[in-house]
Design a protein around this ligand. Structure first.
Ligand SMILES: [Zn+2]
Length: 202
């Protein structure tokens, strides 16, 4: 199977140099900063240590047809935009480009991958009440802060980053829980079956 669609770089160059439709189909596009055309999502990592062209090619963005290929949409750059995975999954598949334009104009901005990971870490910390307890104790005991950070680091080594999308919240929660167990000397694994929803194990 050959992929007849143009490269991401070719798509970006088309939209960056084609004022007609740029504001409508690629409102977030700035050729220097790879991002989702519809929501502006990006990762700091894409640009590190490589050319702009390479950064666009390595960016976790998908080539999305404006008019779907299945109903005759062209594989040429004027019919293809670059979207992040959630935008691509939710964008309209419709014969009239007007629907895509309207959808893009209403699409909320998405923060960077790094900001999303940070927000997810905070959620994960909040899911482990014992960790919040440890945080409170930190101020009182000399060296406890370093011990918690070291335990989190060791715990992190057990995690696998899934497909480059960053750590999932469930993985982060496991990391935090294991670090708490190490620092507090308690059992890491609670006995099964686990209580459902809302209940926490002491
Ligand atoms: Zn997006």
């Amino acid at each position: 199977m050959t992929d007849s669609r143009p490269s991401k770089w070719a798509i970006v160059n088309y939209w960056a140099t084609s004022p007609a439709g740029h504001d409508v189909f690629a409102p977030h596009l700035n050729i220097e900063d790879p991002c989702c055309f519809a929501c502006g999502w990006f990762s700091e990592r894409w640009k590190s240590g490589c050319s702009t062209r390479k950064a666009w090619e390595r960016a976790r963005l998908e080539r999305a047809h404006i008019i779907p290929a299945g109903i005759g949409g062209s594989d040429k750059p004027p019919n293809i935009i670059l979207l992040c995975t959630p935008c691509h999954a939710e964008a309209p598949d419709w014969f009239d480009p007007w629907e895509m334009a309207t959808w893009i104009s209403r699409r909320p901005d998405r923060p960077s991958s790094e900001m999303e990971q940070l927000a997810t870490w905070i959620d994960a910390f909040n899911e482990v009440p014992q960790f919040m307890g440890l945080l409170r104790e930190m101020g009182e005991e000399e060296g406890s802060e370093a011990a918690v950070v070291a335990a989190l680091r060791r715990s992190l080594n057990g995690a696998v980053v899934h497909g480059g999308v960053g750590l999932r919240k469930a993985t982060m929660t496991a990391i935090v829980r294991r670090a708490v167990a190490e620092v507090s000397g308690s059992a890491y694994l609670p006995s099964l079956p686990l209580p459902r929803s809302g209940a926490t194990t002491a």
